[in-house]
Unconditional design. Structure first.
Length: 568
């Protein structure tokens, strides 16, 4: 029969009243005993990684396998049933979602790692043990570590930690692919060994990753702390939206200390108070009680991309660079940087919608330009031309019978990205538009950024629909959630309570469901309980930002289980 929330409210009220005074009445707390196993996913610790049970034991996650609804927690841990642990487990590290403790922002490329049945950790080394045991044996010998050490917790093994974080950049969702990078791994191991000979503690590599560039291994700093990235540094900042650049110029941010910065633009210089939310990568400035908050969605030592939610719910994108964004002349621009290559860019230059998209621009040898919109299709179309003259990259693009000419100069460049400033004209407007953008050498990073922007806007689709994973763990009877800003109200739901039905291990809701951001409480229960026995689970404490539950996984594994018997 339909679940009666009024009855449940009465029952729960009596439950919490009794349990609060620790009386020995007729209520009881019941824990169902079902065996589980804790699995830890390690590169650094990996939060919000997805676990796939490799039921057919073919070292890949396919349709015949089981994807678990629960994601890894902040410690990289997840509870799985003992039955699931009897199979190989695959950890899917998802770009834009999974957070690596070695980095500030979510990972920028997706990859998978695997561990054998009945193991407790999933790491690059457990992956090698499955797909290339010979390579693992060679690493054991060179680093002087045992197989047991490499297949366990790496936290007390500096060389293994550094090697693990240095291997993952070459890993993909094709798990066996890592076996093709023996030469790269050999160079990384040799670099670590040389450093260890100079300093057995490897302290100089504690916050670094070893990369192989142009055939040579080198140490690359990790960026783990926003404060270290900003304090004492000067950044140039500009909007990606050309409409914004009509009213604002390139700004200069000089971070004096952990709370104060100087902001300079065409109107002058002012002292501004700022704060950092390290958990969510927010930087907020307070200028004359006017608070602006930007989320850092891409971070490197010389480039930051941030997003700020606009009043209409869309995102304004900003580029921060350590290089001058107001140079008198361009850096050198050559055809070899572009011919035959595809560069990828985020674009919200449309002043009507500001809708963000990712485009791939292929610079063909015949000087034609092929454009692919990554979020819609992999099919490209020739729509214009490109040329280089006097250190300027010029593109001509025809869209809806209008030709747009962009004349671009290069402001900063690495092997991974190029920062450009463009002036756009069109044959139906006499008003030039200034824009700034970043061209990436692959589509992984801009697509990762695009995914993060969904959480800022509070939805993952144009309809405002949001999905959050729910791990009911052993409490399989949980089918619905009640959510409220008051712990008392959520423990005593009524007909006006916000509820969400669980389907396929997740809840789907609209961001308009929440009137306010802040702390909320969640209870799990079965809305169709029969008889006089009633159960409820929780409450869980969650944070809502922009109409979206920040927690990507609501985990009821350790939620209290309350049992009451209704009395006449």
């Amino acid at each position: 029969m339909p679940f009666n929330k009024t009855i449940l409210a009465t029952v729960l009220l009596s439950i919490f009243s009794l349990s609060g005074c620790n009386s020995g009445g007729n209520d009881s707390t019941t824990d169902s005993v079902v065996s589980t196993k804790t699995i830890t996913v390690i590169d650094g610790t990996l939060e919000n990684a997805q676990i796939c049970v490799d039921l057919n034991d073919n070292n890949q996650c396919d349709k015949s396998d089981e994807i678990l609804p629960q994601l890894t927690d902040k410690a990289g841990k997840v509870e799985v049933s003992v039955d699931d642990a009897k199979h190989s487990l695959i950890a899917q590290i998802i770009a834009g979602q999974t957070k690596d403790s070695d980095e500030i922002t979510p990972v920028t490329h997706s990859y998978s790692m695997i561990t054998d049945a009945n193991q407790s950790v999933i790491t690059p080394f457990t992956t090698l043990a499955k797909v290339d045991p010979q390579a693992l044996s060679e690493i054991e010998e060179i680093l002087g570590l045992t197989k047991q050490e490499l297949l366990g917790d790496l936290s007390t093994l500096p060389a293994a930690c550094i090697l693990a974080r240095s291997i993952t950049p070459v890993m993909t969702n094709d798990i066996v692919n890592v076996a093709h990078y023996k030469d790269t791994m050999t160079k990384i191991v040799s670099f670590i060994l040389d450093a260890q000979n100079d300093d057995p503690t490897l302290s100089q590599l504690t916050n670094k990753r070893i990369i192989v560039s142009n055939g040579k291994a080198e140490a690359q700093p990790l960026i783990k702390n926003i404060t270290d990235l900003l304090v004492g540094k000067t950044w140039f900042i500009a909007s990606a939206n050309s409409d914004e650049n009509k009213d604002t110029d390139v700004g200069l941010l000089k971070f004096q200390d952990a709370n104060h910065l100087y902001f300079t633009d065409s109107d002058g210089t002012e002292s501004v108070i700022y704060t950092i939310d390290k958990d969510n990568n927010f930087v907020s400035t307070d200028s004359n009680n006017n608070i602006d908050t930007q989320k850092l969605v891409y971070v490197s030592s010389d480039l930051i991309i941030s997003a700020m939610k606009a009043p209409d719910g869309t995102c304004d994108l900003f580029f921060w660079s350590t290089k001058n964004l107001k140079p008198k002349q361009s850096l050198p621009v050559t055809a070899s940087q572009f011919v035959g290559k595809t560069w990828y860019m985020l674009d919200n230059s449309n002043n009507d919608t500001k809708e963000l998209t990712v485009f791939g621009l292929t610079f063909n040898p015949n000087n034609s330009l092929t454009i692919i919109e990554q979020s819609e299709s992999s099919e490209g179309f020739n729509t214009g031309s490109w040329s280089i003259k006097n250190n300027e990259l010029t593109t001509k693009i025809t869209d809806d019978n209008t030709t747009y000419v962009n004349t671009n100069i290069v402001l900063a460049q690495t092997s991974d990205f190029i920062v450009i400033k463009g002036i756009e004209t069109s044959d139906n407007s006499n008003d030039p538009r200034i824009s700034f953008n970043v061209l990436f050498s692959d589509n992984v990073r801009p697509m990762s950024i695009l995914k993060q922007l969904g959480s800022i806007q509070g939805d993952t689709s144009s309809s405002g629909e949001v999905t959050t994973h729910v791990n009911v763990a052993n409490h399989k009877e949980i089918a619905e959630l009640s959510i409220d800003k008051s712990p008392f109200n959520v423990e005593n739901p009524d007909a006006h309570s916000l509820t969400m039905a669980i389907k396929n291990g997740q809840v789907t809701y609209y961001n308009s469901m929440f009137n306010d951001d802040g702390t909320y409480y969640v209870m799990g229960y079965n809305p169709n309980q029969a008889g006089n026995d009633f159960y409820a689970y929780g409450p869980l404490k969650v944070t809502v930002i922009g109409g979206r539950i920040k927690d990507k996984n609501l985990d009821f594994t350790h939620a209290p289980i309350f049992h009451a018997v209704a009395k006449d």
